[in-house]
Design a protein around this ligand. Structure first.
Ligand SMILES: N[C@@H](CCC(=O)N[C@@H](CS)C(=O)NCC(=O)O)C(=O)O
Length: 228
């Protein structure tokens, strides 16, 4: 059994997608970021970075419970546990690892900042909006070129696609015209039609609020840096 500490955001969705793809049983523990649950001292023992997602594998290495935070690490952990979606062939394996790291090091942070300055920042700062929007569009071009040559980001469907899809799912939140990236568009449809992806993205989906947080949510999301 996997305990999943989760809130329905793009970084969150990655993990129930993988759990569904692998058919692993899991129990969802909502960490309501809008209420500040990510700062609860008990949660910080699991995730010292006060973010979701986190898992605890009750049957971890040596049969003992094991905690993993950082979505990329969780995907790799679950892939190793199940032997799924991360090939053993060295070249294919590193294709998957590099496209997964491409997501966590680039797509997540840049799209995240783009969304922040377009949708959440209390003042419009044109320099910041341009900067992160340009980076977001550049990353779409990188993915579009790659997907002109391969069906999925790392060749076959893998954890790299599960990491990236939830961010591309909400392309309009980042002011992206998807028709400008036809290969990404084709890939997004193919990934989005997978039953496990649909099920994974539906976990707690009613709690998902994009943009327009109320005052309490805004404070919890963006103004508690000094708590940790
Ligand atoms: N690099 C982290 C990023 C996780 C992350 O940014 N999570 C956001 C939600 S998408 C979060 O928990 N934010 C709450 C906060 O920063 O207080 C990962 O991939 O797991």
């Amino acid at each position: 059994m996997i305990d999943l500490y989760y809130w329905p955001t793009p970084n969150g969705h990655k993990i129930p997608i993988m759990l569904e793809e692998c058919g692993l049983p899991y129990e969802v523990h909502p960490i309501n970021m809008l209420k500040g649950d990510q700062f609860d001292p008990e949660y910080l023992k699991l995730n010292p970075n006060n973010k979701i997602p986190t898992i605890v594998d009750r049957d971890g290495p040596g049969g003992k419970p094991y905690t993993v935070f950082e979505s990329g690490a969780i995907l790799i952990y679950l892939a190793e546990k199940t032997g799924r979606f991360l090939p053993t062939d060295p070249a294919k394996r590193f294709d998957v690892i590099q496209w997964t790291i491409f997501q966590v090091a680039n797509v997540g942070p840049m799209f995240g900042q783009c969304g922040h300055f377009f949708q959440y920042a209390p003042e419009k700062i044109p320099y910041a909006m341009e900067r992160y929007w340009n980076e977001t569009k550049r990353l779409y071009r990188v993915m579009d070129k790659r997907l002109a040559d391969t069906e999925y980001l790392a060749g076959e469907y893998s954890i790299a696609d599960m990491a990236t899809y939830p961010w591309v799912k909400i392309y309009d939140f980042h002011h992206i015209e998807l028709d400008e990236y036809p290969n990404v568009k084709r890939w997004r449809t193919a990934v989005g039609e997978r039953p496990a992806v649909i099920k994974g993205c539906a976990v707690l989906e009613d709690a998902m609020i994009l943009g327009n947080p109320d005052k309490e949510a805004f404070e919890n999301l963006f103004n508690k840096q000094k708590t940790v």
